[in-house]
Design a protein around this ligand. Sequence first.
Ligand SMILES: [Mg+2]
Length: 363
Amino acid sequence: MSYKAIFLDRDDTLIEDPGYISSPEQVNLLTGVPRALIELKALGYKLVVVTNQSAVARGIVTEKVLGEIHKRLEQLLAEKNAFLDGIYYCPYHPEGAVKKYRQESELRKPNPGMLLKAAEEMDLDLDQSWCVGNSSSDIEAGLRAGCKTILIDLPSRQRQLKPNDPRPDHKAINIKEVVNIVKKYHRSSIEAEAETKTEPEEQVEPVEQETEQVYEAAEPVEQVAEQIPEAVEPVSQATELTPEVVEPFFSDEEQKLEQTPEETQAEPTKQLEQEIAGEGTEQLLKSINTQLKNMQRTDMFGEFSIMRLIAGIIQIIVLFCLLISIWFLISPNRQDNSVFTALGFAMVLQLMSLTFYIMHGRK
Ligand SMILES: [Mg+2]
């Protein structure tokens, strides 16, 4: 089983970029990075740093010092309980000053070499993975590797994408927003899976029917093969469209304008599901708490009540009075007054018993 991963650029994505970092002391984590990494890992992703380090080729830093810089990065993250699963770097540059590293390299972004190497060594599924970085070379590398991509456009360095720049799947202003995008994508995927599971027969049936019709008409095998994918196509399109649900480039109003009538009708249900999945957690806990309290009250009154006890005792006395009145009736020395007295007692006590039962019910 392959793992899904998030490939992270290093400079201006995880740590501050003062130009070239040449010593461990220069490593400073960007705000929110440890927490973001913890949350991404909790979603089941391997966290892999992929960074161009032409500083090695330029002679600014040796690979040994680069190793110490990366150890410092891991140490700072570990202090906040965040951990990386791998760090890949490319020391090469075609115009490097150090001969050993002066060369083109498939590892150097925008080439996807580092991502492919990591995928092979760490058993990563690139289709299920993301590439996150602050430059167009990060995005191109991610796209060429087959990953989903997020461009971090820091407010301090915001720039317009050039016409030839690769288009990221999403844009974020910081690593915190990256986490929100990935989480939103997860929720959409889970909802899409749930919808597919609830209506599997309806989707498959038309394909089977068309296949049967093809056999009845005894058309050539090639035509059958051509027609079946056509029938399946709408399902696969629906799956591909799922990520667009989390496309952040459009405002809410723009998204509403693009929605079909069916989507608009389905919107309240989707909103409700999203509330339950995300923001509704607190409400859910409150409702569970209320239900538990109600259950406690019901149990308390159901198990024992002084009123019910008194009513029960009176009921027994009523029965006793009735027995006495019967005994007076069949007695050889029958006295009507005694019978009426006993029956009168029984009636009064019965009323008292009923009163206590009613009072218990109101409580
Ligand atoms: Mg960078």
